[in-house]
Design a protein around this ligand. Structure first.
Ligand SMILES: Nc1ncnc2c1ncn2[C@@H]1O[C@H](COP(=O)(O)OP(=O)(O)O)[C@@H](O)[C@H]1O
Ligand SMILES: [Mg+2]
Length: 232
């Protein structure tokens, strides 16, 4: 038996209080094994992003537990939690969150700067991932001057620069045209299949979801656990 890289037990999350309270997650449990590719699928507003933010330790649940590679997230203080997140996870969001005025390389190495890695080593590792994504020739360009597909590749490079074990992506192709989106998808699946990175992708695109080993369907803050139930 392998240890799941990620487990969640009975996660809940509510926004607002009193009459404005909205229960976005109502008790979600799941296990994700190392090296899996998993799609989290559901309509807009079903709780996909909320779930992903909890799993990625970017937000804390109202109740329930998250375990990362055997460590209970709740047992860690802020600094250790940040360390675990930076060491284990990479993130790709629909909005690129790039600094448009900074160069491509500067954007990519930002997580290393935060982690206190020296300038030389930052540059070496930044160029390495840019080469992997065939963006090395754009290293000195300002991020503002890139196409959507190029921006998303820079975002993926930034997500990879810490050599994460899990890559989270929230609607990663949502702002891209079909052909460019397909290229970005192929990059994500290559990272999963050929580099062993666990891939967890939020999407409402059923065609994209079909490319994953497994799909988790979410509706109104609850998982409909299996493909069979969803088909029924
Ligand atoms: N910060 C917030 N404050 C209040 N409501 C929120 C907040 N974030 C999300 N919600 C609500 O929670 C529900 C789930 O949101 P979300 O997880 O973003 O859904 P999805 O990603 O599936 O579209 C939605 O109804 C949304 O309006
Ligand atoms: Mg969302």
């Amino acid at each position: 038996m392998t240890v799941p890289i990620l487990t969640a037990r009975e996660l809940t999350k509510s926004y607002g209080r009193g009459p404005d309270r909205f229960d976005a997650l109502k008790g979600v449990s799941l296990d994700i094994e190392p090296g899996e590719s998993v799609a989290i699928v559901g309509k807009s507003g079903s709780g996909k992003s909320t779930l992903m933010h909890l799993l990625a330790l970017l937000d804390t649940p109202g109740s329930g537990t998250i375990t990362v590679d055997g460590t209970a997230a709740r047992s860690l203080n802020g600094r250790k939690l940040n360390g675990l997140r930076n060491e284990m996870f990479g993130f790709v969001f629909q909005q690129f969150f790039l600094n448009p005025a900074a160069s491509v390389l500067e954007n990519v190495v930002l997580p290393l700067k935060i982690a206190g890695v020296g300038a030389r080593e930052r540059r070496r590792r930044g160029m390495e991932v840019l080469e992997q994504l065939q963006m090395a020739d754009k290293a000195r360009n300002k991020a503002a001057n890139l196409s959507g597909g190029q921006k998303q590749r820079v975002v993926i490079a930034r997500a990879l620069v810490n050599k994460p074990r899990v890559l989270f992506a929230d609607e990663p192709t949502g702002n891209l045209d079909t052909a460019t989106g397909r290229i970005v998808e192929d990059i994500l699946f290559d990272l999963n299949q050929n580099h062993g990175i666990t891939l967890i992708v939020v999407t409402h695109d059923h065609e994209l979801a079909e490319r994953f080993q497994r799909r988790l369907y979410i509706r109104d803050g609850l998982l409909i656990t299996t493909d069979e139930e969803h088909a029924a």
